[in-house]
Design a protein around this ligand. Structure first.
Ligand SMILES: [Zn+2]
Length: 424
């Protein structure tokens, strides 16, 4: 490790990269630049992504230090019940950050949350859609971003975007005019969705990113900045092969008889539910209650009315159903059963209970820790290797402490996705 103080940082975001594939490729000698860089200057660890672990919202922690919900961006799509109750159908009542509405992402963000662009005077962005507060001329792909993505989408040439990202970074480094840079390489994510996360084309995308990292290091060395530049190679989320696809919106409408608002079927003015999907990983569901669209429909009310939550929890595409109870407990349901927890913020104590088997698969039952509770930090440290490693932290922050930002979402579903992110 060099003793040189760092004066600048570059975050390379390999969208959707998995630590296992990356380490496998590295062991095979297919990622020589990263292997060499880590051996000379760094370290290689896996870490957790955030909730929801989907492209876009999961970029936010890197540029704001906050979870997506705290930034007021709870998912790729959202529905705002209080706003809809007051003003009805309109662009402030719901959002999809796929397509043209992406332009509202910056203005939808909580204005109190500062981005890296507002902290570092010479910060530069390359292909990042989150640009709140960025100075004029500092979003180096601003003009062409949408067109580049459109071209890649239509021709399936996502490696083209990675190449443009690398080329733009080379020019930025040559200018020496940056203190922080965030550079997105989207091809691993995009190619994974088209085939398998283990496909040769996906592995080639890791190798191409590796070659761009080699080029970046060479560029930094040439202008004498290598020693003073701290480099991170990270991902926004992992990815798993999609084995079961579940379109919750059409299912609610056709199977459950609930008229449902969902993209792209949004030309509706009378509906009983809204299904706002975030990629393949998560969906927020919102239900009209006794007071119409005002207020939250809680776990008890939904469970009393129908078996909907039980049907969802045993569906093969669903890993977790999370809802808020009438008394602000958070309910979690999986195919293993039902549980609920409360977090006492003042005492930093999580009290968790379940019916028979732990739905989260963490506890065997009757363990002392259950009656005494455990702290948020203990939950993160102890459950790191479980299937839901950060469930207490993410659900507490998402549902309770920032409830206004979820705007009364009733159900958050998380389908099985890899939740590991890389940090080097
Ligand atoms: Zn992504």
């Amino acid at each position: 490790m060099s003793d040189a103080p760092y004066k600048r940082a570059i975050i390379i975001l390999a969208d959707g990269a998995r630590p296992d594939v990356l380490n496998e490729e590295m062991a095979k000698g297919n990622l020589p630049n990263m292997a060499d860089y880590f051996a000379a200057k760094g370290t290689n660890k896996s870490m957790l992504t955030c909730f929801p672990s989907t492209t876009g919202p999961a970029y936010l922690p890197y540029v704001t230090g906050c979870f997506p919900g705290t930034c007021n961006v709870p998912g790729i799509r959202w529905f705002d019940k209080p706003h809809y109750a007051k003003s009805g159908w309109g662009f402030k009542s719901f959002r999809s950050y796929c397509g043209p509405e992406t332009m509202f992402l910056d203005s939808d963000m909580n204005p109190k949350i500062k981005t890296a662009w507002e902290v570092f005077p010479q910060s530069k962005s390359i292909f990042n859609g989150v640009t709140k507060g960025i100075k004029k001329g500092h979003d180096l792909t601003s003009g062409g971003r949408i067109w580049h993505y459109y071209y890649a989408h239509m021709t399936d040439r996502w490696s083209y975007i990675d190449r443009v990202a690398s080329h733009t970074m080379t020019k930025m480094i040559a200018s020496k005019d940056f203190d922080f840079a965030f550079v997105v390489f989207p091809s691993v994510d995009e190619y994974s969705h088209r085939s398998s996360v283990f496909h040769d084309r996906v592995r080639k995308a890791y190798q191409e990113i590796d070659s761009y990292i080699g080029k970046m290091r060479e560029d930094l060395r040439r202008v004498g900045l290598e020693e003073e530049t701290l480099v991170f190679v990270v991902a926004d989320h992992g990815l798993s092969d999609t084995h079961s696809h579940f379109d919750v919106g059409p299912w609610l409408e056709q199977e459950k008889g609930l008229r449902t608002f969902y993209y792209t079927n949004i030309a509706k003015f009378k509906f009983d539910a809204a299904s706002m999907v975030s990629g393949n990983g998560m969906v927020h569901l919102y239900f009209k209650g006794q007071e119409g669209w005002k207020g939250r429909k809680c776990f008890e009310e939904i469970s009393h009315e129908s078996l909907l939550l039980d049907e969802l929890r045993i569906h093969p595409a669903v890993a977790l159903v999370a809802t808020q109870g009438a008394n602000s407990a958070i309910h979690v349901q999986t195919e293993k059963g039902h549980g609920s927890f409360r977090y006492d913020l003042a005492r930093d104590q999580i009290l968790y209970e379940f019916d028979r088997d732990d739905p989260l698969g963490i506890f065997k039952g009757g363990e002392a820790v259950l009656s005494n509770g455990f702290s948020m930090r203990e939950s993160l440290a102890s459950f790191y290797d479980s299937y839901f490693p950060d469930v207490f932290c993410q659900l507490f922050l998402a549902i309770v402490s920032i409830a206004s930002y979820w705007r009364y979402c009733a159900v958050g579903l998380r389908v099985p996705v890899a939740t590991f992110v890389l940090e080097f």
